[in-house]
Design a protein around this ligand. Structure first.
Ligand SMILES: Cc1ncc(COP(=O)(O)O)c(C=O)c1O
Length: 394
């Protein structure tokens, strides 16, 4: 018997990530020592008091059943966090929905909201699940170009009217992955006006809300007047509290949208392990000093990498936020050639930019998930690589 994947699944482009994983494995098999800057999984650890909460609650043998949904304490902790960090008031009863990581919500939302043939506006370059989730739902993607000359903000007035008439939702992310740019309040206000006018649900992915550098303001889309009427915001404990493996996140905002997503989830999952929920409550209601320390660590790493690359003659823009550097590559290479040759010849793994959309061509993404020492070494290896290949970066 031959089993085939569905046509929708076949449409998903996982090719580059598979190729990257193969190249890394081949290099490791050849004995090459790899500095891996390709995976966006934090190398830092959660606070001891968060781990203690997880351990303590795990000892309670009455807590091993299905939780079915987020406990009240979790929703209240998210509301508390949003108030303290972003000055946003949330009703914990209907404006917070727990997720198995924000990926859970991002991957299922289109299935809950979009009908076959309807459009979703998606950033290009953008985090791959945005497009994949729409494809799986049978919807159509309309890519919104994020160009450096526009501050990586989409030009909403350039989207054709015939597309807007068939558009159900739009996805934006500031700061995002791989593009680390920030938006200002006036852009978010423009988005609210645009969404109201065209009857489009706004989805803001704020997964890197606590990795914002150089004292830039942390602007939640929810803080803009009218945002809750037109939109929702995904957030997560993965990067903020280094709990990526715990798979716990949430979405806040428009109550009708949250209840639609909750209805779909009620068919799909049975909730998150209670001790993980309580560990998340502990993290969300802590004193947040760890967040400031973490920002300093990532800023230092970013500066070490960027200045090391500058010494190598490669001028790369400083990320204002996130755990990534989005680097325009030297001319004469495609993103894939550059990334794959870098693994083989320098033992440094980065992601080719076209993994994130057509407009990612000409870039690579480097994750700041290694110590400053390792990042300095990676920059040295890149310097030798560029010299050997006689490349003069732009
Ligand atoms: C932009 C962005 N959104 C969402 C996620 C998903 O994170 P999680 O499901 O761990 O909350 C990631 C993970 O890397 C991401 O980069």
């Amino acid at each position: 018997m031959k089993i085939a994947a569905s046509e929708r699944l076949k449409k998903l482009t996982t090719g580059i990530f598979t190729e990257l994983a193969n190249k890394k494995r081949d290099a490791i098999n050849k004995g090459i020592d790899i500095i891996d800057l390709s995976v966006g999984s934090p190398d830092m650890t959660p606070s001891a008091y968060v781990v203690d909460a997880l351990v303590e609650h795990s000892k309670d043998l009455t807590k091993y059943g299905y939780t079915l949904k987020g406990i009240d304490e979790f929703n209240e902790a998210v509301a508390h966090f949003y108030k303290k960090r972003y000055e946003v008031e949330l009703n914990p009863h209907d404006e917070v929905l727990q997720l198995m990581g924000s990926q859970d919500g991002l991957s299922h939302l289109a299935t809950a909201i979009v009908n076959p043939g309807e459009y979703v506006l998606v950033p290009d370059p953008g985090y791959p699940i945005y497009e994949a989730s729409v494809t799986l739902a049978g919807g159509n993607v309309y890519p919104m170009p994020l160009l450096e000359e526009n501050g990586y903000l989409p030009k909403l007035d350039e989207i054709p009217l015939e597309i807007l008439q068939k558009t159900k939702m739009m996805i934006i992310s500031y700061p995002g992955n791989p593009v680390t740019a920030l938006a200002n309040v006036s852009f978010f206000e423009e988005v609210v006006t645009f969404a109201r006018k065209n009857n489009i649900l706004v989805v803001h992915d704020f997964a890197y809300s606590e990795l914002i550098f150089d004292s830039h303001p942390q602007i939640s889309f929810m803080s803009v007047p009218g945002a809750k009427e037109v939109g929702i915001e995904f957030n997560s404990l993965s990067k903020t509290f280094n709990m990526a493996g715990c798979r716990i996140g949430y979405v806040v905002g428009n109550p009708e949208t949250l209840s639609i997503l909750a209805a779909l989830k009620s068919h799909i999952d049975y909730g998150i392990f209670y001790p993980i929920q309580m560990a998340a409550v502990t993290a969300l209601t802590s004193d947040y000093s760890v967040l400031d320390e973490q920002v300093i660590e990532y800023e230092t790493r970013r500066d070490v990498l960027i200045s090391g690359l500058a010494q190598a003659g490669w001028q790369v823009a400083k990320s204002p936020a996130t755990m990534f550097v989005w680097a325009k590559i030297p001319s004469g290479w495609t993103s894939r050639e550059f990334a794959f040759t870098l693994i083989e010849e320098a033992g440094v793994a980065v992601v080719p930019g076209d993994a994130f959309g057509k407009l990612g061509e000409g870039y690579v993404r480097m994750a700041l998930v290694q110590s400053s020492e390792k990042l300095a070494e990676a920059a040295k290896r890149i310097e030798q690589f560029l010299r050997k290949n006689n490349q003069k970066p732009k």
